[in-house]
Design a protein around this ligand. Sequence first.
Ligand SMILES: [Fe+2]
Length: 465
Amino acid sequence: MTAATSPVLSPHRISAPISVPISGPISTSGDRFRAARRQTMQLSKPLTPEDMMVQSCAEASPAKWHLAHTTWFFESFVLREFLPDYRVFNADFAWLFNSYYESFSAFPEKRLRASFSRPGLDEILRYREHVDLGVERLFEQGPEAEALRRIELGANHEEQHQELLITDILHAFYTNPLKPRYREQENTEQGSGIRDQKSAAERPRGLAEARPLQFTEFEGGLREAGHAGNGFCFDNELPRHRVWLEPFALGDRLVTCGEYAEFMADGGYQKPEFWLSAGWDAVKHNGWRAPLYWSQDGGARKEGDPGEMDWSVFTLRGELPLKELAATPVSQVSFYEADAYARWAGRRLPTEFEWEAAVEGQPVEGNLLNSGNLTPIPSANLVQNQEKTKCYGDCWVWTSSAYLGYPGFHPLDGALGEYNGKFMSGQMVLRGGSCVTPTRHIRASYRNFFAPETRWQFSGIRLAK
Ligand SMILES: [Fe+2]
């Protein structure tokens, strides 16, 4: 894609809706690569160049940086090694857009990414085009197996950054006094030419009451966990190994905003007895009294009964009244909040192995990026399979499992060994994907991980007992 034709350079893009492309079957590495590259640009469509410079919290990166860094990955780990006559686009980009690979090169501090006004967006788009052409030339030459593995890793890496791009923009728009919408409500952009892909039955219906939470029971016993088969997985999903599970039960849907508001009304954020010590410290230190994007009176926080349904929730579709989201899964909570809610409810969080045992063999169905909702929706709105507990989509669920290597874990060789393994300290595992996780990206063995105080992701709560 050239700068001249790039939709991100079109003016007045903030309020334009977006339809997330539903990819067809991905049959080859080339298809997977092209689909990932195309989808990143599609997700950038509603953004202005100024939107793409914002880095509004420590966890986030500017959208422009995501466009460049995902490209850097292919240049650094594929083209420089496997395309003999490859000409690097700009030698400085090798360190400028390195995220955290210490053994590859030095790199700038993460918090400075918003200061990268140079290179400009046009140059980043030319960089993307240059690298895309390089990878296509490599395909023409018949790449060796290791190059194909790296391209597949790069496509999966880019899908991870697609999710980050969206969650970072949600935070950026939340901190913008105008509270812009990434996506408009349905039927507000007639004639825009952009198709809403959902049937009426699938559209968010926040006013619906949540059906009562029920628990699905599982026998436990000796099980296997970790990736099986020949398909792609990250190194942290291996090796497959045995785990022992006591009998357990999982909630058949996620905890809703309405239920979470009851926890708040019962003094959830005022009573230390519900909280882990570090969690209570986080409540006091950060002044938490609701999930990240909840506010009262359109953002002007005030004292009052936090249980009253006069809160609003900022979403990619703008600010929505909490009372319309009573049946919608609560999102943007930390591990500490998820854990405190579970204690208040007399339940607990599942382990990552309980979640994986419950979901193994299920088709990957749920409110994921390709559904186009871009926000959690009430579970009653999903096509129900009465025999199964739906475990994918809406929000990543915090598990009670610390993020550790499985027995016999071996990181990838070389600099790519830094991809996952070096973060195996002080983080908790999340499972299941969210409303902004590409559908083809998620699977039963997939392990996401964040520090327990992290709140800017679509992270929610599934109870266990
Ligand atoms: Fe990355």
